[in-house]
Design a binder for this molecule. Structure first.
Ligand code: PQ2
Ligand code: NAD
Length: 206
């Protein structure tokens, strides 16, 4: 199975999570900032999920899974500790919905990678289900390099691109600056400011 990396916008999409334990809680943590409409189907839920439910950040149907629960789901996450229920959920997933089968890497359409974010920079690591722990280890290693300085830095790169796209610079000059700012020297705030000032002079942006 060759999985394809994608970034997906889940805002206002219906995500149904079957199960309310540890794995469901991890999925909820990942999904909260996406703006998805999250529904948990489970007779029991963890304390953290309960407090999110009490604050109105997700829906909870306190019951065993039933096939009808998935009718409107864009993404189904099967995360119970009962293999028969997970299997039933996989079978009941509508043909145009995506399935994440948390207990079986060989099933389903999507995997959740190990990931971290620094502002607009997202780094995800997957092993195609071979070793989630290796993914987590590689993440910890990358976090040392792509540390909190990178949040600002990527915002700076974004601003540079916008200024360049609205500038009087010719294409070759534009490319050369885009390459220049990839130097780690530009992690430094004052170097960033100097470059923004330089580009602002050539900008046609108001
Ligand atoms: C990355 C991370 C994201 C997250 O879940 O948030 C994630 N698993 C994490 C941790 C973890 N998972 C497991 C352990 C126990 C040790 C071990 O078994 O190795 C630990 C370690 C721990 O808990 O510390 C057990 C496990 N995981 C899967 C199975 C089923 C199977 O292998 O078939 C079983 C056996 C269950 C059983 O025994 O019954 C399957 C999947 N786990 C995935 C993701 C997807 C593949 C990602 C990839 O290819 O790398 C995939 C396919 C499906 C999915 O998308 O859910 C997160 C680390 C987050 C981080 O720290 O950054
Ligand atoms: N993908 C991963 O990273 C990963 C990691 C560890 C385990 N797992 C797998 O995921 C499964 C779940 O792990 P967990 O640690 O979250 O388990 P857990 O015991 O913490 O939670 C299981 C949840 O399933 C709910 N449940 C049980 N029967 C149900 C039903 N009929 N309908 C709806 N909900 C029901 C329970 O109420 C509970 O909330 C495990 O069986 C394991 O195989 C996956």
């Amino acid at each position: 199975m060759a999985m394809t990396p994608l970034m997906v916008d889940l805002a206002e999409k219906s995500v149904v999570i079957i199960g309310g334990g540890h794995v469901a809680e991890r999925r909820v943590n990942t999904l909260l900032e996406s703006g998805a409409s999250i529904t948990i189907i489970s007779p029991e839920i963890s304390e953290k999920i309960r407090s999110l439910w009490e604050t109105g950040l997700l829906n909870w149907q306190q019951k065993d899974f039933e096939t009808e629960d998935l009718a409107e789901a864009f993404l189904v996450i099967a995360a119970t500790d009962n293999p028969d229920v997970n299997q039933a959920a996989a079978k009941a997933t509508p043909p145009n919905s995506l399935l994440n089968a948390a207990a079986d890497a060989d099933q389903g359409d999507v995997h959740f990678p190990s990931y971290f974010k620094q502002g607009k920079l997202s780094i995800g690591i997957s092993t195609n289900g071979a070793s989630p722990m290796l993914s987590a280890k590689i993440k910890r290693q990358l976090q040392l390099t792509y540390n909190s300085d990178y949040g600002n830095y990527v915002d700076f790169l974004c601003e540079v691109r916008q200024l360049i796209n609205h500038s009087t610079l010719v294409k070759t000059e534009q490319k050369s600056i885009l390459r220049e700012v990839l130097s780690e020297d530009f992690l430094n705030n004052s170097k960033q400011r100097q470059m923004i000032e330089r580009l602002s002079e050539r900008s046609t942006m108001k």
